[in-house]
Design a protein around this ligand. Sequence first.
Ligand code: C5P
Length: 297
Amino acid sequence: MSVTVRVPAKVNVQLAVGGARPDGFHDLANVFLAVGLYDEVTVTPADSLRVTCEGPDASQVPLDRTNLAARAVEKLAARYGRRADVHIHIAKDIPVAGGMAGGSADGAGALLACDALWGTGASRDELLDICAELGSDVPFGLVGGAALGTGRGEKLRVLEVGGTFHWVFAVADGGLSTPAVYGEFDRLHAGVDVPEPVASGVLLGALAAGDSAGLAGALSNDLQAAALSLRPSLASTLAAGGSAGALGALVSGSGPTTAFLVPDEAVAGEVADALVASGTCRAARVAVGPVPGAVVV
Ligand code: C5P
């Protein structure tokens, strides 16, 4: 018997970053939107824990115990006093190391899948606690939709969204390391008193109203300068999508994926074509959000 869970990628429509905390993390006001690019995580009983992965970027996915899916299964097994003997198979469609929380999605997906496989009866809050231990972006993979993340991003408040937003994502060549981008943020802000991160009222209002133009005007990512500093070529990608008709553009999370908010599906296709033609990205993907979080399929 196997269980498969489908789990979405995210884009941060606002990522407000505070100064470095004593524990090295940063307080955030992180507005997550789940978008319809998905990984599928399948768990099957096996003799021992192992991870396999398929998809165009599968070779970049770690298959050892550092994979968040493996860590999620080990944590759930330890909590319920069982052996983590499952084969985890990841069908990967979310860009790897791209700032779209693909690894976190796999952690949330594997956790939900094993919970169903083993019938642990864990409460939603227990699962969310395990997710928060795994990483700052993992709880959102379970919750989906739209949410405001505070603390290091793991404390979630679900947000109402009044419509569907259309996006194009430009997938860059190679990934960016999240700790490296936060490190560059610290370097760029050395000696600066970084203000407390706060969610934008205008942005939350635009989300609630389903107002694409309003949301486009309020998009912001405090990690964008750091990502651009480490990967200056992203500026040409942002410019290419902007001149092709996007309402707004930003780096997704710690990058290097760039996200373009567009008015509708037709413009999404045009912007995607223009991005590919510009030669400033490896691929362009079209998706809508919000979409639900991890679900057993
Ligand atoms: O929580 P997660 O494991 O995803 O974080 C990866 C890295 O990103 C952390 O080790 C830290 O360097 C950085 N980070 C941070 N502040 C956050 C979230 C992540 O500095 N709120």
